[in-house]
Design a protein around this ligand. Structure first.
Ligand code: ATP
Ligand code: MG
Length: 557
């Protein structure tokens, strides 16, 4: 076991530990069972962290199983994306990828077994009739008139369903449990439907498909899953899960455990709704950096460690709740602060000419790559007569709160000189286009000798040597903390300011070496990474991963 054991165990970990300690389970095997009908999102990341994490922690194995019983909505594109996302999060499944469709033949044989045991029947009720017969929470259901069909007739009809003799939706196979059960899932649930759909794995081999409930537990048993972990909405399905395990000659006895799903405010975690955002082009694909998908978070620059840490922080319970997206942002900042090299990048450049600095002089300024990690070394940047500062860092006049550059006042250029502003040059519309200022001699690494201290520290970039780039600033995709709660249309709360594109930004020259793997802290601005979709060698495009907490001004020089 790893060092993790010192942390208190969550309730599923405790169960696993008890089962191992008591010898009930010699070794554990879990599985992550996505349906390949969309890209994985932050909620799936939680399930991945939990299932693969359990296996890692307790020396077991974790399978990846595509839950592919619904061919119309599924696609090989999603299968590939899911595999890539799981691996990017840092996990490797045991052996080959499994598919529920690997078991279609076995599931068919077991359905025949149920028919032979008098426990399943072919039903001719249509969907509407079935609803009426099913009853509701307060009323018991009624037996289907087809429930008493003979075993021979059921065997014959089921074989002919498979052979394609009947129209889609015209017949189903149902198990006989109890139409009066208070648990509606046990009211003779349908386990096979007729559906002529080409399947991404089995092609046109099948025109009948098993239900999720029928396929899932049997897949668990066939793979030797010991702890089948799922979200709370499946708790009411557990009696059905157990019914199949108890009524079929399965090779193992898996158990289902439920935990509450991860809900994050300002965020949608429904594949159907995320797909709608993509299909209707509200976002730039599944991996749009504003999407809560694993691929979106990857492109945005989030790290696997931060996502896994967040899942751990959010905890594993049976209590339904909503986690603040600020917790995810905290986890991202924590990790990025630790690993990111520092750089300066001016997002909205304003030219400053240093009138007392010789035209042909260039000095090399040196700064640490990371202020807390000396071992990461130093970086160099050229300083000359013209530099860029951010437009927001200058005002002609300002009160004491404004600790940046003001006419007649001093500010320190980060890792360089203290300067004093003399004049703001404006265009015909009155817009400030240039500042004329002076360097205060001898102030690199020292305070001015005359005792007039700078008001603050701002970042800058040489106007002659820099990396011209585009910067994309992201904000939350939704303005509403609960975009799809209570029947609200989530499209109504899309944040129109969730993407801001700035061009002509000026980064320090070292950024020319940036690769897609590098995340930087742009000092005073936040954390940034090259955009894997739009960035090119000629024109780097940086995504803002997340802003800084504004502790800069307190930190000083
Ligand atoms: P969606 O509603 O987004 O389609 P789903 O549950 O139908 O989600 P699956 O592909 O079936 O999607 O999910 C695979 C696994 O991930 C399941 O075990 C499911 O319980 C789990 N999972 C899905 N969403 C969450 C979530 N928000 N929190 C924790 N686990 C989740
Ligand atoms: Mg599902």
């Amino acid at each position: 076991m790893s060092e993790e054991t010192s942390k208190p165990l969550n309730f599923i970990e405790r169960t696993v530990k008890e089962d191992l300690d008591s010898g009930k389970t010699p070794a554990i095997r879990t599985r992550f069972p996505p349906e390949p009908n969309g890209y994985l999102h932050i909620g799936h990341a939680k399930s991945i962290w939990l299932n693969f994490g359990l296996a890692q922690k307790f020396g077991g194995k974790c399978n990846l199983r595509m839950d592919d019983t619904n061919p119309e909505k599924e696609d090989e594109e999603y299968v590939e994306a899911i595999k890539a996302d799981v691996q990017w999060l840092g996990y490797q499944w045991d052996g080959e990828v499994h598919y529920a469709s690997d078991y279609f033949e076995q599931l068919y044989d077991w359905a025949v077994h149920l028919i032979e045991a008098g426990k399943a029947f072919v039903c001719d009720l249509n969907a509407e009739e079935m609803r009426t017969y099913r009853g509701n929470l307060t009323e018991a259901g009624k037996d289907s008139p087809f429930r008493t069909r003979s075993i021979e007739e059921n065997l014959d009809l089921f074989a002919r369903m498979r052979a394609g003799e009947f129209a889609d939706g015209s017949r189903t196979l149902r198990v006989k449990i109890d139409m009066a059960s208070p648990n509606i899932n046990l009211r003779d649930p349908v386990i096979y439907r007729i559906k002529r759909a080409t399947h991404h794995q089995t092609g046109d081999k099948w025109c009948i498909y098993p239900s999720y409930d029928y396929a899932h537990g049997q897949g668990d048993a066939l793979e030797g899953i010991t702890h089948s972990v799922c979200t709370l909405e499946f708790e009411v399905h557990r009696p059905l899960y157990d019914w199949f395990i108890n009524n079929l000659p399965v090779p193992a006895q898996p158990h289902q455990y439920e935990f509450s799903r991860l809900n994050v405010n300002y965020t949608i975690t429904s594949k159907r709704k995320l797909k709608q955002l993509v299909d209707e082009k509200h976002v730039d694909g599944w991996n749009d950096p504003r999407m809560p998908t694993v691929s979106g978070m990857r492109r945005r620059g989030y790290t696997p460690k931060a996502i896994n840490d967040f899942c751990e922080m959010a905890g594993v319970t049976k209590v339904e709740g909503v986690v603040d997206v600020g917790m995810l942002e905290f986890a991202i900042r924590e990790d990025l602060n630790e690993i990111s090299p520092r750089a300066m990048c001016v997002l909205r450049p304003l030219k400053v000419t240093l009138t007392n600095y010789p035209e042909d002089q260039v000095e090399t300024m040196t700064a640490p790559v990371h202020p807390q990690h000396e071992e990461m070394g130093t970086r160099e940047m050229p300083f000359c007569r013209e530099v860029f500062i951010d437009q927001d860092d200058f005002l002609e006049e300002a009160n004491k709160q404004f600790k940046r550059l003001v006419l007649g006042k001093r500010v320190r250029l980060r890792n360089s000189y203290v300067i004093e502003a003399d004049e703001a040059i404006k265009d015909a519309d009155g817009k400030i286009i240039e500042i004329r200022a002076r360097v205060i001699e001898g102030t690199v690494g020292n305070n001015p000798e005359d005792g007039v201290k700078p008001k603050g520290v701002i970042h800058w970039v040489s106007a002659r040597d820099n990396v011209d780039c585009e910067v994309r600033l992201y904000d939350r995709l939704f303005n509403d903390p609960a975009p799809d709660a209570g029947g609200k249309n989530f499209l109504d709360s899309i944040n129109p300011g969730s993407l801001e594109i700035l061009s002509g930004c000026k980064g320090e020259i070292g950024l020319a070496q940036a690769t897609l793997e590098d995340r930087y802290q742009f000092e005073r601005e936040g954390y940034f990474v090259l955009d894997s979709k739009y960035s090119t060698a000629e024109k780097p495009v940086f995504n803002r991963v997340i802003g800084l907490k504004d502790t800069w001004e307190k930190a000083g020089a």
